[in-house]
Design a protein around this ligand. Structure first.
Ligand code: FNR
Length: 190
């Protein structure tokens, strides 16, 4: 079986190190995962005024989340929290009230920073948000990447074997986690 993973890159920057990290994760992931980016760039800023007539960009986002077996967030940390563009996308996906697209979706959170904290505080903020949205999260392993340009090629080759091994292990654990949650969500599961 293959599992559909929708991934978010939490950066709009052209030279995003988190986009590079997302490409590295895709290359290192087990063959049973199939990746599609869920774009966030063209979403308007959310307001509940949109709920009565949800615009196409919001509908497309919700459909992409709902069509995914699992969701992976690859994001920078901005001012010790979730980048606004990504939080906006999550707000869109959570609404209109009663149609939260993240409910029961298995999720993973990972990020890279030039700094040594490696997006730890963003990840902690994300866990609060995803818990509220009833989205199960891979709790361990955690990955905090201090991004070194010499370690990653632009298209996501990892030049350091220790880093590659760790990221490969993360993606194996993520795949197993997605499959456990899907099994637990299946009708008839006790
Ligand atoms: C940052 N950066 C940053 N880094 C960090 O480790 N913790 C932080 O709180 C912040 N805060 C922050 C705020 C804003 C507005 C910007 C633009 C940047 C630095 C950030 O990690 C760095 O720019 C990365 O390159 C961002 O990731 P992408 O966009 O390259 O994927």
């Amino acid at each position: 079986a293959t599992f559909k993973i929708g991934y978010f890159v939490g950066s709009l920057a052209s030279g995003s190190i988190n986009r590079t990290l997302s490409q590295a994760l895709i290359k290192l992931a087990p063959d049973d995962l199939e990746f599609t980016e869920i774009p966030i760039r063209d979403l308007p800023l959310y307001s509940y005024d949109y709920d009565a007539d949800f615009p196409p960009a919001g509908r497309a986002l919700k459909e992409a989340i709902e069509a995914s077996d699992g969701i992976l967030f690859v994001s920078p940390e901005y001012n010790r929290s979730i980048p606004g563009a990504l939080k906006n996308a999550i707000d869109w996906g959570s609404r209109p009230w009663g149609t939260n697209s993240f409910a029961r979706k298995p999720t993973g959170i990972i990020g890279a920073s030039p700094g040594s904290i490696g997006t730890a505080v963003m990840q902690s903020s994300m866990r609060s948000v995803l818990s509220f949205l009833d989205a199960p999260q891979l709790n361990a392993p955690e990955v905090y990447i201090q991004f070194k340009p010499e370690t990653f090629s632009d298209d996501g080759d990892v030049r350091d074997e220790g880093t590659a091994k760790f990221l490969r292990h993360y993606m194996e654990e993520y795949s197993a986690f997605v499959q456990r949650v899907l099994a637990a969500n299946a009708p008839g599961h006790i």
